[in-house]
Design a protein around this ligand. Sequence first.
Ligand SMILES: Nc1ncnc2c1ncn2[C@@H]1O[C@H](COP(=O)(O)OP(=O)(O)OP(=O)(O)O)[C@@H](O)[C@H]1O
Ligand SMILES: [Mg+2]
Length: 270
Amino acid sequence: MESIRQAVERAKLSAESHGVGASDVYRRHPLTDISPFRSASLSSVELNAAHLQKHRILAHDGKDVAARPFDLLRAEVLRSMDLKGWRILAVTSPTPSCGKTFTALNLAMSIARQADREVCLVDLDFRRPQIATSLGLKSGHGVTSVLEGRSELHNAMVQVRIGSTRLEVMPTTTSVNSSDLSSSLALKKLLQDVAGYERSRITIVDLPPMLAGHDVISILPQIDCVLLVAAVGTTKTSEIEDCKKYLENSDIVRVVLNKVPQSNNTFAYY
Ligand SMILES: Nc1ncnc2c1ncn2[C@@H]1O[C@H](COP(=O)(O)OP(=O)(O)OP(=O)(O)O)[C@@H](O)[C@H]1O
Ligand SMILES: [Mg+2]
């Protein structure tokens, strides 16, 4: 099996020969302000508040105390992203179950509450996709159907609503070809299309765990910055250090410490 270091080298070469992240696309078209699709043309789904609560998704309600750490994280992340012109944020962790999907969903909800922002959440965990289940969406078209040429982008994306909060979501189904899909040119194009060209548009990508395979390393050249989620009692310092090695050519926007005991929010970051 290919070593992780070889995969890093392959991903770097691919980035060099295929171009770079979506923000560079923006820089190449600085006067363009046209999304490739409009929310109006997407199918729209009203989310169920009780279902969201069961899955710990609470940041859509700014009055809920559980939204506060995500609002703080939002402020920090967006400040860094705006400063650098970054628009695609990937959420990953060293090992499984650290809370990537929980963090990606709540951060997306928090950003979506801001009237002057658009946010799109994309599930790129082809081994264990959870975005659709967490939101209570029926599985159907998604990222894999676009990558495999079975669906157009706007058919694979859905606008979800809860109260006055709206965001775009692109779920996915599992794929036995996750390594091929993760390193495909089709995925690069999909992310560029989803990100569009508007500065206020933020794309959040929910990734698999970094140390469990090569998928994340293949996707990294297509994203602008990384939010690394670690879980108290699970994540070892050595695993964070291993991730940082693989992320040496990526920008880590924050490291989030999740599942913090004796904390009201069980969530902290630095
Ligand atoms: N801060 C938290 N407090 C309590 N439970 C949490 C917290 N964060 C996540 N969880 C729970 O832990 C489980 C794993 O979370 P989640 O699915 O977000 O992890 P993940 O890193 O995306 O996992 P995977 O590697 O399988 O994709 C879920 O049941 C989630 O509700
Ligand atoms: Mg997950």
